[in-house]
Design a protein around this ligand. Structure first.
Ligand SMILES: [Zn+2]
Ligand SMILES: [Zn+2]
Length: 225
């Protein structure tokens, strides 16, 4: 399904997507089908394939935590490389710096669905790169393994994940007990899968040290850093 689309094809699809999004936001009438027809005529692909691509673009937006066009439900079936290309073009079209959020999450999702997912060694000192906000290069396999290992249950409170995401996966957040910004490692010995409430609590709660101690006490794989 993920045959190689050219940059021009993807860019035209993203431009049409963003245009439809603006029309929708401003309440102006438009016909999605007409966009697909125009694109199909221009690039020699079927209207259906463009409609499906639009749903892939919705999926990339959903990975970025952004709103997607109503009526274009996110479709996960997009290769990690194409997701990366789509995110790059979205940022280009929107004139924003590409933080590669969707790119990373698409990789995590790919690893997470692989039958054999070996326990990763991870990175002791993740490579740092400079952007307008400084971030760390994280290993998608570490995140995928921790999520798989948690099996849909928060490792702090034990409750089930609060919802299912657009990839059909139980949604949990992965937290570094010693944060990367404080010199923590990106390894499964320093990361836990948490429900959003517990994740926020581990960052902001008054009794954070108590919660932290409890996590270390009940989770054998964790090593204090
Ligand atoms: Zn929890
Ligand atoms: Zn966190």
């Amino acid at each position: 399904m993920d045959d190689k689309w050219t940059y021009d094809e993807l860019k035209a699809a993203v431009l049409a997507y963003v245009e439809m999004r603006e029309l929708e936001a401003s309440g102006q009438p438009f016909t999605k089908k007409q966009y697909y027809r125009d694109l199909a005529g221009k690039f020699g692909r079927t209207e259906k394939s463009f409609e499906y691509r639009m749903q892939n673009i919705s999926y990339v937006y959903s990975l970025m935590g952004r709103a997607w066009n109503s009526g274009l439900k996110p479709a996960k079936n997009v290769g990690a490389n194409t997701a990366k290309e789509i995110e790059r073009i979205i940022c280009e079209v929107e004139g924003r710096e590409n933080q590669q959020v969707a790119t990373f999450e698409a990789q995590v999702s790919k690893h997470r669905s692989q039958k054999s997912l070996g326990k990763p060694l991870g990175t002791k000192q993740p490579k740092q790169y400079q952007s307008s906000v400084s971030s760390y290069q994280r290993d998608p396999v570490v995140k995928a393994w921790v999520l798989r290992n948690a099996n849909g249950q928060c490792e702090s409170c034990g409750n089930a994940a609060p919802f299912i995401n657009w990839a059909g996966e139980p949604f949990l957040e992965v937290h570094h007990l010693r944060q990367l910004a404080d010199g923590g490692s990106d390894r499964v010995t320093n990361t836990v899968a948490l429900c959003p409430n517990c994740h926020r609590a581990l960052h902001y709660a008054q009794d954070k040290p108590v919660l932290l101690d409890a996590l270390y006490a009940k989770t054998p794989r964790l090593i204090r850093e």
